[in-house]
Write a protein that binds this ligand. Structure first.
Ligand SMILES: [Zn+2]
Length: 301
């Protein structure tokens, strides 16, 4: 008899990542498959998820499965209403996958899943008021207020990346201009550093070797991180701000200029307790762990 386990499946625009997660949040047997992108048929995507699940389970039966979707999930966790990088449109994903797999399925937005991973098994255990800012291609975000992970009236809370920080600023793929994620994200870092670095990790390596251009890029992106976080802190007064996503591996290269800008831009900074800025515990597996946490909560009710 094996111990109970849950499966988290993180469905992104380019890849599907699935993992077996135990009650302590430990991940085992991770499977990665290409997701096919927004133009692939829905059936092909769902076949890919089914294959990932089968490989992760290897004949054993999970107690439940959580799906973290890179898209907007409705307020009750049933429907993917819109996902720019996936073929699901107004799709009743939870019911359909649950019927197909014969197990309870939880469905949630991927950034919200990353918050759950930190709340249950990471930097936010026991923290009642917190913010999460995940820096990737854009910004994924989440809020914990009074001990509750906030979803908003329509499931769309935490879209911090599209707050305007520069009036009439850089154009954003969302159709607006001056969005925070155009100044503060993995893409913004790559743009600030210039074309001589092939990848994000290469910029980090160069900055660690005191390359002036790479250090200046981190200073710029870190400063924008602090500016946006100051606005969010003014709104919700958290005790911890978790920085996640691929760029967070740069740690102090990003957090030092961010903390400096936070002090400069936050109202009453000298007369209040400043939130702690910390790096997320879960990097690439955040969606997998968070989705499995939600499946566990669903099946342990
Ligand atoms: Zn935008």
């Amino acid at each position: 008899m094996t111990d109970p386990f849950w499966v988290g499946i993180d469905v992104g625009g380019t890849k599907v990542l699935a993992g077996r997660v135990d009650a302590a949040g430990r991940v085992a047997r991770v499977v990665r498959l290409p997701s096919g992108g927004p133009s692939a048929p829905v059936e092909l995507l769902e076949q890919t998820l089914t294959e990932a699940l089968a490989r992760v389970c290897a004949g054993a039966t999970p107690t439940g499965v959580g799906v973290a979707a890179a898209g907007l999930v409705d307020a009750v966790g049933e429907v993917v209403s819109f996902a720019p990088h996936l073929p699901w449109r107004d799709a009743d994903v939870r019911t359909r996958l649950s019927a197909r797999w014969g197990v309870p399925v939880a469905l949630e937005n991927d950034a919200t899943c990353a918050v759950w991973a930190e709340v249950e098994h990471g930097a936010l255990v026991g923290v009642s008021d917190a913010l999460m800012v995940a820096l990737g291609t854009g910004i994924g975000g989440g809020l914990v207020v009074g001990g509750h992970v906030v979803r908003g009236a329509g499931g769309m809370a935490g879209e911090f990346g599209h707050m305007q920080v520069v009036p009439d600023g850089r154009p954003c793929p969302c159709g607006l201009t001056g969005c925070w994620e155009r100044y503060c994200s993995g893409s913004a870092l790559a743009m600030a550093a210039g074309p001589r670095f092939g990848s994000g990790p290469a910029i980090t390596d160069a900055a660690r070797a005191d390359d002036e251009g790479a250090l200046a890029a981190f200073d710029e992106v870190g400063r924008w991180l602090g500016v946006g976080v100051a606005n969010l802190v003014a709104a919700v007064d958290p005790s911890v701000v978790v920085i996640g996503g691929g760029v967070s591996a740069a740690d102090d290269l990003l957090l030092v200029p961010a903390a400096r800008a936070l002090r400069t831009h936050l109202v009453a900074a000298a007369d209040r307790r400043l939130p702690e800025l910390v790096v997320a515990h879960h990097a690439e597996n955040a969606g997998v762990v968070g989705a499995a946490v939600l499946a566990r909560r669903l099946t342990q009710r």
